[in-house]
Design a protein around this ligand. Structure first.
Ligand SMILES: Cc1cc2nc3c(=O)[nH]c(=O)nc-3n(C[C@H](O)[C@H](O)[C@H](O)COP(=O)(O)OP(=O)(O)OC[C@H]3O[C@@H](n4cnc5c(N)ncnc54)[C@H](O)[C@@H]3O)c2cc1C
Ligand code: FES
Length: 342
């Protein structure tokens, strides 16, 4: 029996290690050639201190208070040279992946489907043939996809759940965009190289109410999270607000309707900004916030979309002094415009 330990490094890279029952995390990482920070490996120096973001574990009983105080342990800090997991865990490692002599992992995937949604977005589906190479990631994380023939890559959040050989992505069509242009001619059988997973935007375990705020194709990571919640039979209260510019940008709403059937406490609203739209909810996401839900101060907020939308929501929460149990966001920051070649 093994527990899957996600190691989130400071540079945004995540690596997974399988920790055998009774094994210490430091040893499991070392087997995978990941040199987590350590000095003594005896629970004395504190060099291996990390933060456990989720999961259950035994802290070990052979470390001294100078290495990990009771307060630190209560806060979720752990010594990886002593910690023995008793479930899957997520650990934040306070250094870069490079410093731990690891880095990004690349894998190959084949295009199985390219489904355009008007001029708004494309659903890209890929298959990873080598089962052993299927990416492990946390729901909400993203991967870099190389744009064939360009030497460049673009970041995309998985919209499919972790642990599958079939991957999917929801990608905005950008006029004359590098990836957008490639996708316009993409067909089943095309090969792609992906590198990752990455990012600290992922669904944390817990049972508190969740508010998901998606701007445009920022819906992608929430589809992955919703699938994970649905498969786990989650009873959590989840409200999603999906805001877009035009009616045509509202894609995959049928999938949200299907989650409303599968998840007993899931509700969602769609919002369209275009003043000319007949949509029942117009304007910005911030004009349709669930005030009763937010008033409890217990909501865990996840926010993903283009930078102006993310900034507007953050401002709204600040200006209205809204307290949340936790707040996580991902900005779909575009790449710099291509410079003209002289
Ligand atoms: C962590 C992360 C995760 C991401 N996940 C997703 C995802 O799941 N789905 C998704 O659709 N995108 C996502 N993005 C954005 C994505 O990486 C690309 O920026 C986007 O798809 C444009 O790529 P392109 O090659 O088609 O256009 P580019 O060639 O990069 O852009 C062409 C021109 O358009 C501008 N531009 C690019 N995007 C926009 C925009 N939205 N609005 C206005 N101008 C723009 C560029 O600055 C450039 O001038 C993510 C970005 C980050 C950082
Ligand atoms: S390596 Fe010294 S306390 Fe863990």
């Amino acid at each position: 029996m093994c527990y899957r330990i996600a190691l989130n490094f400071e540079d945004g890279i995540t690596r997974f290690v399988d920790c055998k029952k009774g094994e210490k995390v430091l040893d499991a990482a070392y087997r995978k050639k990941i040199n987590l920070p350590m000095d003594c490996s005896d629970g004395v120096c504190g060099t291996c201190k990390c933060r456990a973001e989720s999961g259950t574990y035994d802290l070990g009983d052979e470390y001294i208070d100078d290495a990990l105080t009771g307060d630190e342990a209560a806060e979720g800090l752990v010594l990886t040279c002593q910690m023995v997991p008793s479930s899957d865990c997520v650990l934040s490692v306070p250094t870069t992946s490079q410093a731990c002599k690891t880095g990004q992992q690349s894998f190959a995937a084949t295009v199985t489907r390219v489904q355009p949604h008007h001029d708004a977005a494309v659903v890209l589906e890929l298959a990873v043939e080598d089962t052993a190479a299927a990416p492990v990631f946390l729901p909400g994380q993203y991967v870099n996809i190389d744009v064939p023939g360009s030497g460049a890559h673009r970041c995309y959040s998985f919209s499919s759940p972790p642990g599958e050989n079939q991957l999917s992505f929801l990608i905005k069509k950008i006029a004359d965009g590098l990836m957008s242009n490639w996708l316009a001619g993409a067909k089943p059988g095309d090969q792609l190289t992906l590198t990752g997973p990455m990012g600290s935007f992922y669904l944390r375990e817990g049972d508190g109410p969740l508010l998901f705020l998606a701007g445009g194709t920022g819906l992608a990571p929430f589809l992955s999270m919703l699938e994970v919640l649905a498969r786990a039979g989650s009873q959590r209260q989840v409200h999603l607000i999906y805001g877009v510019t035009r009616d045509l940008d509202l894609v995959l709403v049928d999938q949200l309707a299907a989650y409303a059937d599968r998840l007993p406490n899931f509700t969602y609203d769609t919002v369209v900004a275009d003043a000319a739209s007949d949509h029942p909810r117009k304007g910005w996401v911030t004009q349709h916030m669930p005030e009763d839900m937010l008033a409890t101060g217990k909501v865990e907020v996840y926010l993903c979309g283009p930078p102006p939308m993310v900034d507007a929501v953050r401002r709204y929460l600040d200006e209205n002094a809204i307290q949340t149990a936790s707040f996580h966001y991902e900005k779909f920051t575009p790449n710099e415009p291509q410079k003209a070649v002289a």
